[in-house]
Design a protein around this ligand. Structure first.
Ligand code: ATP
Ligand code: MG
Length: 731
């Protein structure tokens, strides 16, 4: 016990050993909030105040939940498996699986991820003959999710104009379609769970009695519905410990309400607010940079962070010529760090936008440095995996139209778009799923679609008594997927991914075929499918392998690394132009993101930007981020721009064909085609000019006699030059 409390400072000790009261821990990054939360759970259990059964702990990512469970297992000798520690979505899913009937869901209900949701909305608009330019599907998804996150169903949604009225009607249609198919999107998991607990008194009483202590990490990012859900569960006398940092609230776009912290103070904790001010994570210079950034935000609850770790190294700043040059710099530094003994897993590259990872991945791949991407490129989002999962989903629930449409003609079975349109129309008329409506098709369409239905029925029978990995293996083989990829030119990697799916299933089930850490009914398959939707990205290859960590700043929340690279610090990218356009609030959110990014670093921090960047297929010239100016110059060590870039862009173009058949190279090549200009000039070409000296072409415009190029001449600045007159000598 004393061991448990040994290494805590006095406010931490106070927080861990609080009596059973509601309390808020309000503290800055790296001050031990998560550590306090985990230690408190261990303390409560080991002092016999509550059993593992009586704890409900909510964290923000699956990774964090795993870490918390592992940490707990090392602190107290209990069986942590089966404890209710997870994300809001994960916990709601678990509750709904256990009480699917009461929740009005089929036993094997499927979870729609955001791509599935988008495709369902598109389909719906098409069926209803709605102009998708007037009602863009993405916006409609946002509209639906935003309402759900406020706890508002279509029936209660308000509309003051015709346009909104129409959107509310579409929201209602969408709800009806989800119910017909027996599927739930992410926001639905929460709302459905909330409504179930609200409506079902005995069930609510059961859980209210069960959970005696509710602990919430990253409380600043809870949204209205999540807060209401917590309030409901805490209604039976449970004590809530909320832990958060208003300066790290970065999910405003998903409805996060920093105001929840104030409400919580008012509704629950009264004077029980504990502030932690000592930062144990970062060296002084890193902390000073973080403090310098965040102090420019106006609306803050106000905290004072300090460290006794010493100043440490200066912050390294590097300005590259191009994004590729930046990637080269970062990867070279990492290779040196690894050579010097820094574990690869302790090196993280952070970016504002997932699209940035492509160039970095390409460089890592080329240099043979193992890496792992969190978020963004997700294993479960790969085409072949989604196909396999769609077959599996249909086994569990034939009414799942999204899955049906994904594979009804994949591999090709000669089912034309026309037949499918007819099928969709009759399903709509009959108010039934596509699967059920298939029998109504006649002629050739009836035959081809009928064959597909028989295939699914046969698969269902053949797999009835198999274990999960065998089910998946069987389905991949017998559906024709494996054969399809065997004959595809670049199918090898896809086949490997499908094998990896079988592996994932094998590790998901223990030796007796019992599904791990899922309570309630629902077979292994349903649990696995839910797990896949909720844990996208966490089953990437190389689990446990030493690898450089790549992730967006959002995904890095709560994590820490010895060395952190924040890349792409350019105006418009970070801070992101969308947020900047929203005015002060948008910029302040970006600043909080920057604060989160900086405070991930323990010992060494690199900040980098590029003068030109290829984004969404276009090269653009970028000015350094205004955040760089907010960091006091004395904290920075400016690294020299490297000598003229290596034939960077030509390397890219050349890299296009190289290493085909691997995901990394395939991804890295997209959009790199740099069309040569007269004289063989192209973007990335080093050139010499009689007056301005050596430069690199960063943009081109026009054709023939009108052609112009933009050249970065380093010290002489950026110039637009007409090719006809400029006399540029290629180097
Ligand atoms: P964030 O805001 O980024 O989520 P946090 O407040 O949750 O940060 P933790 O992750 O709990 O901070 O702690 C940061 C680091 O400091 C961890 O490595 C943790 O083990 C360490 N730490 C926390 N408290 C102490 C302490 N009293 N003594 C030594 N190390 C500590
Ligand atoms: Mg934390």
């Amino acid at each position: 016990m004393s061991d448990l409390l040994a290494n805590l400072n006095s406010p931490q000790l106070q927080a861990v050993t609080l009596p059973p009261v509601h309390a808020l821990i309000l503290a800055g990054a790296g001050s031990g909030k998560t550590r306090v939360l985990t230690t408190r759970i261990a303390w409560l259990i080991s002092t016999g105040q509550v059993g593992p059964h009586g704890i409900l702990a909510v964290t923000f990512t699956n990774k964090a939940a795993k870490e918390m469970t592992a940490r707990l297992a090392s602190l107290v000798p209990i069986n942590v498996r089966g404890m209710w520690i997870g994300t809001f979505h994960g916990l709601c899913n678990r509750l709904l699986r256990a009480h699917y009937r009461e929740a009005g869901l089929p036993q094997s209900f499927q979870i729609l991820d955001s791509a599935d949701q988008l495709s369902m909305v598109k389909r719906l608009l098409k069926n209803l003959n709605i102009d998708d330019e007037k009602y863009p599907p993405r916006e409609l998804c946002h509209f639906i999710n935003a309402h759900k996150e406020q706890g508002v169903r279509a029936a209660q949604a308000e509309a003051y104009d015709n346009y909104t009225q129409k959107r509310v009607e579409l929201y209602a249609e969408y709800e009806a379609q989800c119910n017909r198919e027996g599927v739930a999107d992410f926001a639905e998991l929460l709302l459905r769970c909330y409504e179930l607990l609200q409506r079902n008194e005995p069930l609510r009483a059961h859980y209210q009695q069960r959970f005696r202590h509710i602990l919430v990490d990253e409380f600043q990012d809870t949204n209205t519905l999540q807060y209401a859900w917590l309030q409901l569960l805490a209604g039976g006398g449970a004590k809530v410990l909320a832990v958060g940092d208003d300066d790290q609230s970065i999910y405003r776009f998903r409805g996060a309400e920093v105001g929840n912290m104030r409400d919580f103070e008012r509704d629950y904790c009264g004077n029980n607010i504990i502030r932690l001010e000592q930062n144990y994570r970062s060296h002084g210079n890193i902390l000073a940079a973080a403090n310098a950034i965040i102090k420019n935000n106006r609306e803050r609850l106000g905290k004072n962070l300090w460290t006794d770790a010493g100043e440490g190294e200066p912050i390294r700043a590097f300005e590259a010529y191009s994004d590729l040059d930046e990637a080269r710099f970062i990867i070279d530094e990492i290779r040196e760090l690894i050579r010097d003994g820094v574990p690869a897993t302790q090196c993280a590259i952070l970016y504002r936008s997932n699209a940035q990872s492509r160039v970095l991945e390409h460089e890592l791949f080329t240099k043979g440095v193992p890496y792992k991407v969190y978020g963004g490129l997700r294993f479960f989002e790969r085409q072949e995996i989604k196909h396999a999962m769609a077959y599996l989903r249909l086994l569990g629930n034939p009414d799942d139209d999204t899955a049906f449409l994904r594979v009804v003609n994949f591999p090709t079975r000669g089912i034309g778009a026309r037949s499918l349109e007819n099928l969709q129309a009759s399903a709509h008329q009959m108010n039934s799923s596509l699967y059920n409506a298939a029998a109504s098709l006649t002629g050739k369409a009836g035959q081809t679609v009928g064959a597909f239905i028989r295939l699914i029925e046969a698969l269902r029978q053949e797999t009835a008594n198999l274990r999960l990995p065998e089910i998946i293996e069987h389905v991949i083989e017998k559906s024709g997927l494996a054969q399809h990829y065997r004959t595809e030119k670049e199918g090898q990697e896809r086949l490997e991914n499908l094998d990896e799916l079988i592996n994932a299933a094998a590790t998901f089930v223990d030796d007796d075929g019992v599904v791990m850490s899922v309570e309630g009914e629902g077979g292994a398959l349903a649990s696995f499918l839910a797990h896949a939707s909720l844990e996208s990205g966490e089953h990437q290859a190389g689990e446990g392998q030493e690898a450089v960590q790549l992730m967006s700043v959002h995904a890095a929340k709560g994590l820490e690394f010895d060395v952190v690279f924040i890349s792409g610090l350019e105006q418009g990218l970070f801070p992101h132009e969308n947020s900047v356009n929203e005015g002060r609030e948008g910029l302040e959110e970006e600043r909080r993101l920057m604060y989160v990014a900086i405070t991930r670093a323990r010992q060494r921090l690199y900040l980098s930007c590029a003068q030109t960047r290829m984004l969404h297929g276009q090269t653009r010239y970028c000015a350094p981020s205004s955040f760089l100016d907010e960091i006091p110059a004395e904290l920075l060590l400016k690294l020299n721009k490297r000598a003229a870039p290596e034939p960077a862009w030509s390397g890219r173009a050349g890299g296009r064909g190289a290493g085909t058949g691997t995901a990394s190279s395939g991804r890295a090549s997209a959009g790199y085609a740099a069309e040569p200009m007269p004289g063989g000039l192209r973007i990335g070409q080093n050139v010499e000019h009689a007056k301005f000296g050596i430069g690199v072409i960063v943009a081109t415009e026009g054709r023939g006699g009108d052609a112009r190029v933009q050249v970065n001449f380093g010290g002489c600045g950026m110039k637009w030059l007409a090719l006809e007159y400029a006399k540029l000598t290629p180097l």
